[in-house]
Design a protein around this ligand. Structure first.
Ligand code: BTN
Length: 250
């Protein structure tokens, strides 16, 4: 085990130089009965995983870490944790930069800075039937600190905005916020998280497009419901509810 000053004692921190994916390492540790709060950080990943089977380009300079949690809840509500995690990332970055205006949450779990993606979250959990309790959940967090993967236009990093932080300071801020928001979720349920998320996401009424089974649906963002599903207002003013697994916002 390694150490980061002022990181909450809730976490046991393990640092690696190069791994395939920190989510995979954390999963192995989960299967070896490591406790809740186990945190895996890697300087570099060569098989970084993004959502929907995409690759997460993970070169040196950016931040890649995963946290193991063991909430005693049903699998049905586990995707709520991605909202918990995105609030933690946002708040951690706000604490570091003092900029509370420009970090915006985009459904389901992206964090944008000045309208460009700066961080993504990949949640994975133990297999179980719908209503069973999960054994473990891994929250994988990627934050662009120094480099913009593939120099893509709609992606940014902190460095591009002249913010220079030590990776360990970012882990400490985001980690400590994650513990707080996780406890809020455990004690107060999703409602409290939903309220804060809605205060920090992009504005209701914003035009969005969603891809479901390769079909594009356009409409206006209308918030999230109490399960964390996206509500989209269609052109005919009817509302459509879209749950996590099936879409990408484009
Ligand atoms: C996304 O597609 O937006 C989610 C990206 C999640 C990337 C992080 S980096 C740390 C952890 N390990 C992985 O392989 N993926 C997640």
């Amino acid at each position: 085990m390694n150490k980061i000053d002022s990181l909450s004692s809730f976490f046991s921190y393990y640092k690696y130089e190069l791994v395939g994916s920190t989510n995979e390492i954390a999963k192995d540790l989960a299967l070896k009965s490591f406790p809740e709060g186990t945190m895996v950080h890697a300087i570099e990943q060569n098989k970084g995983k993004g959502r929907s089977g995409k690759v997460w380009f993970s070169s040196i300079g950016n931040l890649f870490f995963s946290v193991l949690l063991r909430p005693k809840v049903s699998k049905k509500i586990i995707s709520q944790l991605s909202f918990v995690a995105s609030l933690a990332v946002r708040q951690g970055l706000v604490n570091l930069t003092n900029d509370r205006e420009n970090f915006i949450l985009k459904w389901p779990n992206d964090i944008l800075y000045k309208n460009k993606k700066i961080s993504g979250i990949l949640l994975e959990c133990s297999p179980s039937k719908n209503n069973d309790l999960v054994d473990w959940v891994i929250i994988g967090i990627g934050i662009n600190i120094k480099t913009i993967p593939n120099n893509l236009n709609n992606i940014t990093c902190l460095y591009e905005h002249s913010y220079f932080f030590e990776l360990t300071d970012v882990i400490k801020e985001v980690g400590n916020e994650l513990e707080q928001f996780y406890n809020l979720w455990l004690v107060d349920s999703f409602e409290a998280i939903q309220k804060i998320w809605l205060k920090n996401c992009y504005p209701v009424g914003k035009e969005i497009s969603v891809k479901i089974n390769n079909k594009k649906i356009s409409g206006k963002f209308h918030g999230i419901n109490k399960e964390g599903s996206l509500i989209i207002k269609l052109l005919d003013n009817s509302k459509k509810v879209i749950s996590g697994g099936e879409v990408n916002i484009i």
